[in-house]
Design a protein around this ligand. Structure first.
Ligand SMILES: *[C@@H]1O[C@H](CO)[C@@H](O)[C@H](O)[C@H]1NC(C)=O
Ligand SMILES: *[C@@H]1O[C@H](CO)[C@@H](O)[C@H](O)[C@H]1NC(C)=O
Ligand SMILES: *[C@@H]1O[C@H](CO)[C@@H](O)[C@H](O)[C@H]1NC(C)=O
Ligand SMILES: *[C@@H]1O[C@H](CO)[C@@H](O)[C@H](O)[C@H]1NC(C)=O
Ligand SMILES: *[C@@H]1O[C@H](CO)[C@@H](O)[C@H](O)[C@H]1NC(C)=O
Ligand SMILES: *[C@@H]1O[C@H](CO)[C@@H](O)[C@H](O)[C@H]1NC(C)=O
Ligand SMILES: *[C@@H]1O[C@H](CO)[C@@H](O)[C@H](O)[C@H]1NC(C)=O
Ligand SMILES: *[C@@H]1O[C@H](CO)[C@@H](O)[C@H](O)[C@H]1NC(C)=O
Ligand SMILES: *[C@@H]1O[C@H](CO)[C@@H](O)[C@H](O)[C@H]1NC(C)=O
Length: 512
């Protein structure tokens, strides 16, 4: 009774809404190789191409490697005979163990240097790279605000954008240390045919500015001021925004009233267009093919300065390719600027991708485990209260890399996360098939042919003493909380993550 009104001091916890998404990238070398292979088939059958070219850099000939089994490499090398090939069926390379010469070819072609196959694919990824967004629409905003009910969400999507259509820029080879540096420009173009609606579709979502304010400004006096501005701008805990606004940015009415020069445009991926990711400096593999595509520095540094200790290291590649000759036992390390950390994938299954045998590497659940389950993760837990002394798992606080904003990354629908994180949100349906991340890597070249990178962006909503628009806790929570502060924390943290999700199916984007 009256508690929810009178408990102003501790009020505040509630949930927000969400947004967020997933993206992924795809390096469609599979298709390119296939296409070129078919084009070149006739030529090889005529037997006109010398083995020397094949060994060196003949990019076209190399592609035939994927379909033809060379029967007489020794003869060709020693006696310069014509190449005899046996076609093993389209899109297929010889399953027999590689000869030294064949390995040499691949090593030469895998180097990131003008003229190699790897380089061509690397500069510009294919045209068919999509990012698909699913957004959680809050069904009961009033009920949440007035009665502190569980939040009910309904996922709507996909809203699909073409991304990675811009070539890498400022590509600079450094022959001294065998590296190549570049930036990756960002761009997103809406694809109506692969979306359920238009960019003007509206969603009821968490008000990003109102939710983040108490987190950014814990000071009570500042909160009083902000509270008056929030009221004046008629903002509340929830807002209605279009897909375009939510993802790419809108001018926030509350922030516009703040009498300081601050950025008044916010959005989950703002700014995106006309920005670049990088500078990346990666090894070109010329001196040592086992290092090709491995990142040496990101933004000029080997460490990120977001995490303590070894968690801070920039490890592995950007996941678009890996050093060639992949064994199933290898742990593939890669760095993802979206999640502000290095992570890894382990062998999961043999997959046949349009005729090409590939290894599917998956992110193991262990990568998201709490430090109790996986001590290696201790340095990704940077805070004690929300994480309940680092016992919660499956969400990653990336605030340090988002200017202190309360942004948490998880798998969609809190897959592989502590059950209590999603328990106050109705409408979630985590499942491995739709919500996990994997990479399908062609083991000989190390190219990633298919890649589903799925993640959810969450905003943490914290209790704010002085911000009224953050809904009150229910009376029962209120009184419990008075007796036992931890109960409040528990309620708050469970209520806190807001979700949204997306996923991507690169080869054949999901059509609504
Ligand atoms: C090369 O040619 C010579 C003479 O024809 C032959 O004896 C030898 O076996 C050939 N070498 C290979 C590797 O086929
Ligand atoms: C809040 O709960 C009361 C009592 O259960 C109910 O009558 C009221 O309709 C609810 N308010 C909203 C906005 O759902
Ligand atoms: C690319 O290089 C040019 C010339 O050196 C420089 O002006 C520009 O800022 C660079 N772009 C990026 C994104 O680093
Ligand atoms: C980004 O730029 C592209 C090309 O200029 C444009 O088509 C697209 O609408 C822009 N995307 C956003 C989200 O502004
Ligand atoms: C979306 O809204 C904008 C501004 O109101 C309008 O110019 C545009 O035509 C709309 N787009 C669609 C697809 O309805
Ligand atoms: C090549 O690089 C790999 C991975 O960094 C390393 O283990 C190996 O020792 C290097 N080989 C040479 C010859 O430097
Ligand atoms: C990066 O962090 C690792 C682990 O803490 C440390 O060993 C290494 O020296 C750091 N590297 C640089 C260049 O600071
Ligand atoms: C980076 O690689 C080093 C050495 O392999 C490892 O000790 C460290 O845990 C890795 N860090 C991350 C964040 O993956
Ligand atoms: C965290 O651990 C400390 C010391 O072990 C303990 O006092 C505190 O209550 C714990 N907090 C939570 C949220 O479990």
């Amino acid at each position: 009774m009256g508690c929810s009104r009178n408990c102003g001091l501790i009020s505040g916890a509630v949930i927000g809404a969400v947004l967020a998404v997933f993206g992924g990238i795809l390096m469609p070398v599979g298709d390119m190789i296939i296409e070129k292979t078919i084009q070149k088939e006739a030529v090889l059958e005529e037997g006109t191409i010398a083995f020397q070219n094949w060994v060196k850099t003949g990019t076209e000939v190399y592609r035939q490697f994927w379909i033809f089994d060379v029967q007489n490499p020794q003869e060709v090398i020693v006696n310069s005979s014509n190449i005899k090939v046996k076609q093993r069926g389209p899109y297929t390379y010889s399953p027999t163990p590689l000869e030294a010469e064949e390995k040499l070819t691949i090593k030469l072609e895998a180097v990131l240097e003008e003229g190699t196959i790897a380089f061509q694919n690397w500069v510009k990824t294919g045209t068919e790279v999509y990012r698909q967004f699913w957004i959680f629409d809050v069904q009961n905003p009033q009920e949440v605000i007035v009665n502190s009910s569980n939040i009910k969400v309904k996922q709507r999507g996909p809203y699909t954008y073409r991304v990675r259509y811009l070539a890498k820029e400022n590509i600079t080879q450094d022959p001294e240390d065998h590296t190549v540096s570049f930036v990756q420009p960002n761009g997103a173009i809406f694809e109506p045919s692969l979306s359920v609606g238009t960019e003007n579709d509206t969603f009821t979502v968490l008000n990003l500015a109102v939710a983040a304010a108490p987190h950014l400004y814990p000071n009570a006096f500042v909160q009083v001021v902000l509270n008056s501005l929030i009221k004046k701008s008629k903002s509340s805990m929830f807002q209605v925004r279009t897909v375009k606004e939510l993802l790419w940015g809108y001018t926030d009415p509350f922030l516009s009233l703040v009498p300081y020069p601050i950025t008044t445009t916010i959005g989950v991926f703002y700014p995106y267009n006309n920005t670049v990711d990088g500078v990346y400096k990666v090894f070109n593999g010329k001196d040592n093919i086992s290092k090709v595509a491995i990142i040496d520095t990101y933004k000029g540094k080997k460490n990120l300065s977001y995490w303590p200790s070894y968690c801070d290291m920039v490890n592995g590649t950007d996941a678009a390719s890996f050093p060639p000759f992949i064994e199933k036992t290898r742990v593939l390390q890669f760095f993802s600027s979206d999640i502000c950390r290095s992570i890894y994938a382990v062998f999961g299954a043999d997959i046949n991708l349009k005729g090409i045998p590939v290894y599917r590497f998956v992110l193991p659940a262990n990568a998201f485990a709490s430090p109790l389950q996986n001590p290696d993760n201790h340095c990704f837990c940077t805070e004690k209260i929300i994480s309940k002394n680092c016992t919660l798992y499956g969400v990653l606080d990336i605030g340090k890399c988002k200017e202190g904003k309360p942004v948490y990354i998880s798998l969609p629908h809190f897959l592989h996360a502590s059950p209590e994180i999603g328990e106050l949100i109705e409408g979630l349906n985590p499942n491995e098939e739709e919500h996990s991340t994997y990479l399908d890597v062609e083991p000989i070249t190390g190219f990633t042919l298919q890649f589903a990178k799925r993640l959810q962006v969450n905003i943490l909503v914290k209790p704010a003493k002085k911000i009224e628009s953050v809904p009150k806790l229910s009376p029962s929570t209120c009184s419990e909380a008075k007796q036992e502060p931890m109960a409040l924390v528990r309620q708050v943290q469970a209520a806190v993550y807001v979700t949204s999700s997306g996923l991507q199916r690169p080869w054949t984007p999901y059509k609504p």
